[in-house]
Design a protein around this ligand. Sequence first.
Ligand code: KIV
Length: 276
Amino acid sequence: MYTQLEQRGMSEPPVNVSTLRSMKEKGEPIACLTAYDASYAALVDIAGVDLVLVGDSLGMVIQGHDTTVPVTVDDVVYHSRAVARGLRRAFLVADMPFMSYTNPEQALDNAVRLMQDGGAMMIKLEGGEGQVDIVEHLARHDIPVCAHVGLKPQSVHKIGGFKVQGRESKQAQEMLVVAKRLQDAGADIVLLECVPNEVGASITSALEVPVIGIGAGPEVDGQILVLYDILDITQGRTPRFVRNFQSGHDSPLGAVQAFVQAVRERKYPAPEHCFS
Ligand code: KIV
């Protein structure tokens, strides 16, 4: 019975939370990307990506909104179900959209939808002190959780734009405390967005769970980027941490393989992708 989950016809076993934890322990960088459909999911899986996120960034890159705020649970379930069909080895995480986790009961109902209807293996939510009880409730029900700290795009209208977080030492210290509280509440992964390198490094060394960075410098346990950014599909200005991996490669598969290799060899992010 258990062999289906463990093998799925692959030479390499599927990635799970223990794989990710052991990669952190061994210092093996974890390569992560977003995906929103089955074809790209299969491509990033073949390229060796360890973790695939059905991010609420789909509101911006798929639906054309300016922020992630309009995304609904139905939207994430739809895209997650498609991505799940394309994956064989990679670990699938799905985002809890804006206002889908305002209290523990609502969070549990929506997390169950993402896992049962969307095929997700873990849910991600944007977390602060106010979400500690929610993470605790989900963990008590054995829902794997990724807690997203640092720049939280769902709060863009509250914080006044997509800005680097934790530049002041008081804010950096608070972020560290919150990340630890979320870990202690049961979060299995922390995702850290848009912070100076030293904040990325100090949170990563303080936590036992893997820390995946996006614009969080080189000293985190793994890197994640939005797929359409690395394939140079995104039009207009992209954030400083984005690198165009399509350049110099003649196929999307080549570009994603180059991303995986650069993460594994710690060649990405370079200083020009980092914040101080
Ligand atoms: O929604 C998303 O794609 C994300 C990434 C930016 C990490 O949260």
